[in-house]
Design a protein around this ligand. Structure first.
Ligand SMILES: Nc1ncnc2c1ncn2[C@@H]1O[C@H](COP(=O)(O)OP(=O)(O)OP(=O)(O)O)[C@@H](O)[C@H]1O
Ligand SMILES: [Mg+2]
Length: 292
């Protein structure tokens, strides 16, 4: 039987700083969305294989995001699905693992001068549209060769931040990257939201300052904050679940952090639904104006 076509949303998860929860939030959000019946594909574009390792998938000997980016394999053939017997992925989460081969992307681009770097993901992602509810592009911390094609193809960007002294400058840099991507490559790209995670309880002064900073600086065109209201607490359950290659929903579904991710997933989908309606309305209005 032909599977129903899904309305795929492509999300680039980023931040210029390392260790701020990008990978954790991607996996846990996909896990919470899975409980809501959604199917996600995580594409690990980070040479250090954060998502691949956190999901206990192989980093060698399998097709990877390198083959996806270079077109060496059909996109479908680079995906590890939850039906795979050798890798126990969480339900409704599929993965394109990364590999150290991503380091060869520079050489590949030099050897193939007709290929346009920023367009590398366009064709593979277009082929995958319709098969997933969400495609999460797990980007590396620096502006490397894989971040640019990710921001070119994404419908939305999601940023991740933890209370840290360097968080503010990293966020400012990430916001300016999104603006540059909008200007030079992808006018449709919008920041969907900022997840503030690993919150100490009770909140420290630094944590309160970061929250206030994100609320103030990450805003939409109407000045409304894009910080997700749901904040994720700091807890060892995150590392424990990661150690077992599981989502927190699987590992300890009744843990408060599992509930925080569930609430975040709802907020995420509500926000997407609202933005989609706004986009449709603005497109219709534009069409009416064109027609008049
Ligand atoms: N809510 C949380 N509570 C406790 N620890 C957390 C939480 N979220 C993330 N961590 C831990 O913080 C560390 C960094 O998180 P993660 O790997 O998700 O960040 P990242 O931004 O993807 O890092 P990188 O830039 O290296 O890819 C990990 O050890 C992770 O287990
Ligand atoms: Mg990571």
């Amino acid at each position: 039987m032909e599977e129903k076509k899904r309305n795929t949303v492509v999300i680039a998860v980023g931040n210029q700083k390392g260790g701020v929860g990008k990978t954790t939030n991607t996996i846990q959000l996909a896990g919470a969305l899975a409980e809501r019946g959604r199917r996600s594909l995580i594409i690990d574009l980070d040479m250090t294989s954060g998502a691949t390792k956190a999901l206990r998938a192989p980093t060698e000997g399998w097709n990877s995001s390198f083959e996806l980016l270079t077109g060496a394999e059909n996109p479908e053939d680079t995906i590890i699905t939850s039906e795979e017997t050798e890798v126990a992925l969480p339900p409704n989460i599929h993965l394109v693992p990364s590999s150290r081969k991503l380091a060869e992307l520079d050489t590949f681009l030099i050897q193939n001068p007709w290929l346009i770097h920023q367009d590398l993901l366009l064709e593979p992602i277009n082929r995958l549209r319709g098969k997933y509810d969400y495609v999460f592009l797990n980007t590396p911390p620096q502006k490397t060769k894989t971040t640019i094609p990710a921001l070119k193809v994404a419908d939305f960007a999601v940023l991740s931040a933890m209370p840290d002294h360097l968080a503010v400058s990293a966020l400012a840099e990430a916001l300016s990257d999104i603006a540059a991507a909008q200007r030079h490559a992808n006018p449709q790209l919008a920041l969907l939201g900022v997840v503030v995670c690993a919150m100490p309880r009770p909140k420290t002064r630094l944590a309160r300052e970061l929250t206030a900073y994100v609320e103030r600086t990450c805003v939409d065109a109407h000045g409304v904050t894009l910080k997700f209201a749901t904040e994720i607490s700091r807890s060892v359950v995150v590392q424990e679940a990661q150690r077992d290659g599981q989502t927190i929903m699987q590992y300890q579904g009744d843990h408060p952090v599992a509930d925080e991710y569930r609430t975040l997933a709802k907020e995420f989908e509500d926000r997407l639904a609202r933005l989609r309606t706004e986009r449709v309305i603005s497109l219709t209005t534009q069409a009416e104006m064109d027609h008049a």
